[in-house]
Design a protein around this ligand. Structure first.
Ligand SMILES: [Cu+2]
Length: 134
């Protein structure tokens, strides 16, 4: 009995550790970086896999980039508009063209139906656009 309880505790802690290692991150730019527009944004993903729009395989999805917004509750649909960008072909980078100013960029991973995997699968950074390349 005691051994069973210990084993299930181990299994639980292993499962929660595995969950914690799932994350999205910005490979570029760095948090707080000053950039000239247009600039490249590269998305990182750990513990889950990229799949194209419509693929509902568990543990997969696509990136969303939210400009001056915030992470969405788990299950919430990511809107489609000019500040909520979808990368439903499985893209892992994009180029942003923004007027000079301060912005937050939020990377939000979502499933094949654009439903958020929650704030734990998001990452927010700040960037300052200081100029426009001619
Ligand atoms: Cu989407």
């Amino acid at each position: 009995m005691k051994i069973t309880a210990l084993l299930s505790t181990l299994a639980l802690s292993f499962a929660s550790h595995a969950f914690a290692s799932e994350q999205v991150l910005f490979l570029e730019p760095a948090d707080g970086q000053e950039v000239s527009s247009p600039f490249k944004v590269r998305f990182g993903l750990e513990g889950m896999k990229i799949a194209p729009l419509g693929d509902m395989t568990p543990g997969t999805g696509h990136h969303h980039l939210i400009i001056n917004g915030k992470a969405l509750t788990k299950g919430e649909s990511v809107p489609v508009n000019e500040t909520n960008l979808h990368f439903g072909k499985g893209q892992t980078e994009t180029e942003l063209k923004l007027p000079p100013g301060d912005y937050t960029l939020t990377l939000q991973f979502g499933n094949g139906a654009h439903q958020s995997y929650g704030p734990e699968m998001s990452r927010t950074i700040k960037v300052r656009v200081i100029g426009t390349l001619k």
